[in-house]
Write a protein that binds this ligand. Sequence first.
Ligand code: FAD
Length: 299
Amino acid sequence: MNKAHPGLPEFDYVKPDSLVEASQFLVQHAGQARPFLGGTDVFVRMRDGFWPSAYLVDVKYLDGTADLRFDPATGLTVGAGVNMNRVIASPVVAEHYPLLVEACRAVASHQLRSRATIAGNICNASPAGDTIGSCLVLDGTVNVHGVDGFRKESLATFFLGPGKTTLKAGDIVTSVAFPLPPSGSAGKYIKLGRNAVGDLAIVGVTVFGYPDSGKPSGYCFRIALASVAPVPLRAKEAETILANKPIDEATIAEAALAAMNACNPIDDVRGSARYRKLMVRNLTRLAVTQVYEQIENQA
Ligand SMILES: Cc1cc2nc3c(=O)[nH]c(=O)nc-3n(C[C@H](O)[C@H](O)[C@H](O)COP(=O)(O)OP(=O)(O)OC[C@H]3O[C@@H](n4cnc5c(N)ncnc54)[C@H](O)[C@@H]3O)c2cc1C
């Protein structure tokens, strides 16, 4: 139950010197300790009485978490502690991953983005997370440090439910990694909110596409949907339609309908389930059309 609080409850701020120390502390205090980066979700949830953590473990100064690196051979690594304004301002991200920039720009305000991180958006696992769709369609993986050392996890299987991921006690996401995007690719994120800025998405549609001679249509599209199911999801059937049929108005409309049928939204203060479904259809049609036009114009 929401126990609105006039200020933050008492907690200990913990600043470990290493990832090993941080993971061990989080395991030793499982259920009582929580890692944080920008804190833009953590502090709000604590203030509102949802997360009574006794220890907040600051993980944004640990090894590699502040790095934003692009390697022309392997792709992009966004350290967990890199705030969204740094991602937006990065020339290499703008050149190679403009979709990521567009998604970060959709998050709240400049002030909030000077704290908020992509890793925090992912770990928070809200179905409405604005950057998650772009991370899914760009084939993102998270690098995780746990008590047993480092591992990689694909975002495709990372989300288990609202606020739930495959992360266990002691796990710390250190960075989010993206392979090189295929040549000739284009992307679009359309966020429908109750106002132009500063609201969570009623519906979010992310589309990424590129020419692909291996597909009957000659194109591959990836579509991710936000705020319309317990987890951010890929609209696989819509993607298959776009891979197999010639890309024209009828095919795009059929794919948009399939995307609508893939969702399982709820009614809430921001919109009804029926409205959300219809907007998924409309916005998928719009986003796929725009991405297709951009791919063609670049060719
Ligand atoms: C006013 C306001 C407006 C907002 N508007 C938007 C919006 O428009 N769109 C949107 O998507 N979100 C929005 N948010 C939510 C929030 O800003 C984002 O989810 C943000 O990306 C969270 O990043 P952070 O670094 O602040 O995460 P934090 O708050 O530090 O952490 C978020 C979650 O991830 C966990 N975590 C943090 N770091 C790690 C780690 N390294 N390893 C494992 N788990 C970790 C934390 O324990 C917590 O559960 C808004 C929040 C506020 C307060």
